[in-house]
Design a protein around this ligand. Structure first.
Ligand code: FAD
Length: 379
C-alpha cells in the first residue's frame, strides 16, 4: 500500500495498517512529520479538546492542557510516529498517481511505486486560496496569506486588515491585538459563532451528542442556548446565516467560528469589523460599503484547498478546487481518501475513524496483505 502524506491522517492509517499487519510505505514531500502544523501560526491551539482529538491507539499526554498548543500537537504527532515505528520516506513529493493495469502507479521525482491500494492523506489545506481584487497590484504595502503569518511581533502599532473570519482569521486578529496592533476584520457574508466550551463542556463533545440528531433539528434545539451564549452579533457586522452551525457543516462543509476570545474584543471595539473588500488603493482598501481605510498590512485568511487535481488522475471524484466532491459515493478501485470530511466534532476525530475503516477495508480486500508494494527507481 502507498500512503501519501505524513500528517495526522497518513500516520493514523499507517498505525492501523501496521497493527493488521499490512505492509505499506508513506511518502511525504517535506522532511518531517506534521509538516502542516509546523507552518501554522504560533498562537494556535487545538479548537477541539484533546480527548476528542487523539489518533487511534494513543492518547495525548496527561500533562497536556485540554486544548494543546501547536508545539504540543507537533510533539504528539512525532511521538505517534515513533510509537508505531512509522518511518515515512521524506522529501518524496508525489507528482502523479493513476490507476493502470489493475494497480496504482504513484510517481515522485525519483521513483515510481506500484501498489494495489493508494491512500491519499494530503490534507484539506494543501494549497492556500489567494483571491485577487481590483487594484491589488497598486497596493504598496504588505499582503500575506494566513499560512505565512507567524505572529504579530512585527505589527506593533500597525493597522492590519485581516480578510475573512474563519477560525484562523479570528485568532490571527486576536493575536494581532495581543501584540499591540490595531486589527480590523473584513467580513463578506454571514457567520455562525460558537463558544469553545458550553458550561465547561467542550463544544466538540456537545457536537458529538447533537450529531445523533438531524442537523436542522439539533440546531433548532440549541438555538435558544446560542442566543444566550453568543447573542445577536448582527450589530457588530456579524449577521448569522439563516441556518445553524450543524446545518452549515452539513451543507457547506465549513466549520463555524469557534470563539477563543475574538468576539469579546469585537464587542468592545478593540477589533473592528468592516464589510468585504471592493478594491485596493495604494495605501489601503475601499470596502463594499464605500468606506476607505489605510492599512499597513493585509493578512488574507481566505482559506485553503486540497488541490488533489495537481497529482491525482481520477474521473468524477474532484471538484474544480481539487477537493473531493461531497456527492461522490464510491471511489475507483483501491483508492482511499483520509482526512477530507469535515464534521462537527473535529477533523482529527474523523481522521481516526476513517483510518480504522480504511485499514479494515484494505485487510478485507481480495488483494489483502499478500500483495506487496513494488517500485522502480527513475534515477
Ligand atoms: C489552522 C488549523 C487549525 C486546526 N485545528 C483543528 C482542531 O483544533 N481540531 C481538529 O480536529 N482539526 C483541526 N484542524 C483540521 C485538521 O485536523 C488538521 O488540518 C490536520 O493536520 C489534518 O491532517 P491531515 O493529515 O489530513 O493533513 P496535513 O496535516 O495537512 O498533512 C498532510 C501531509 O501531506 C503532505 N503532502 C501533501 N501533498 C503531498 C504530495 N503530493 N506528496 C507527498 N506529500 C504530500 C503534506 O506535506 C503534509 O505533511 C485544523 C486545521 C488548521 C488549518
Amino acid at each position: 500500500m502507498v500512503i501519501i502524506g505524513a500528517g495526522p491522517a497518513g500516520l493514523a492509517v499507517g498505525a492501523c495498517l501496521s497493527r493488521a499487519p499490512i505492509p505499506f510505505i508513506i511518502l511525504e514531500r517535506h522532511q518531517n512529520v506534521a509538516a502542516s502544523w509546523r507552518r501554522h501560526y504560533d498562537r494556535l491551539h487545538l479548537h477541539t479538546n484533546k480527548g476528542s482529538s487523539a489518533l487511534p491507539f494513543l492518547r495525548f499526554p496527561r500533562g497536556y492542557p485540554r486544548y494543546p498548543s501547536r508545539d504540543q500537537v507537533i510533539a504528539y504527532v512525532e511521538s505517534y510516529a515513533r510509537a508505531f515505528g512509522l518511518e515515512p520516506r521524506f522529501n518524496e513529493e508525489v507528482v502523479a498517481a493513476r490507476r493502470r493495469n489493475g494497480r496504482w502507479e504513484v510517481r515522485t521525482g525519483t521513483t515510481t511505486y506500484y501498489a494495489p491500494h493508494l491512500v491519499v492523506a494530503t490534507g484539506l489545506n494543501r494549497e492556500p486560496v489567494v483571491p485577487q481584487w481590483p487594484g491589488q497590484n497598486s497596493y504598496r504595502r504588505r499582503i500575506l496569506h494566513s499560512s505565512d503569518y507567524r505572529n504579530g511581533s512585527d505589527c506593533v502599532g500597525a493597522r492590519v486588515l485581516v480578510v475573512g473570519i474563519g477560525n484562523s482569521g479570528a485568532e490571527i486578529a486576536l493575536d494581532l491585538h495581543e501584540h499591540g496592533a490595531q486589527p480590523t476584520i473584513a467580513v463578506r457574508g454571514t457567520v455562525n459563532v460558537l463558544p469553545r466550551d458550553i458550561f465547561g463542556i467542550p463544544v466538540a463533545v456537545t457536537a458529538r451528542i447533537a450529531g445523533l440528531l438531524p442537523p436542522p433539528v439539533a440546531d433548532a434545539i440549541n438555538a435558544p442556548l446560542r442566543r444566550v451564549l453568543v447573542g445577536d452579533l448582527g450589530h457588530f457586522g456579524l449577521p448569522p446565516p439563516p441556518y445553524g452551525p450543524l446545518t452549515q457543516i452539513a451543507r457547506t462543509g465549513r466549520i463555524p467560528l469557534i470563539d477563543v476570545g475574538t468576539i469579546a474584543l469585537i464587542r468592545t471595539g478593540r477589533i473592528a469589523v468592516r464589510s468585504g473588500i471592493d478594491h485596493f488603493v495604494e495605501d489601503g482598501v475601499v470596502f463594499t460599503d464605500g468606506c476607505r481605510e489605510v492599512f499597513d498590512t493585509v493578512v488574507l485568511a481566505t482559506g485553503f484547498r486540497a488541490g488533489l487535481n495537481r497529482f491525482l488522475d481520477v474521473d468524477g471524484v474532484l471538484d474544480e478546487q481539487g477537493n473531493p466532491r461531497r456527492d461522490v459515493r464510491s471511489l475507483p478501485d483501491g483508492l482511499h481518501l483520509c482526512g477530507f470530511t469535515v464534521v462537527a466534532n473535529g477533523l482529527l476525530n474523523q481522521i481516526g475513524r476513517e483510518a480504522r475503516q480504511i485499514a479494515a477495508e484494505i485487510a478485507r480486500s481480495a488483494n489483502g496483505p499478500a500483495s506487496l508494494i513494488s517500485y522502480r527507481s527513475d534515477l
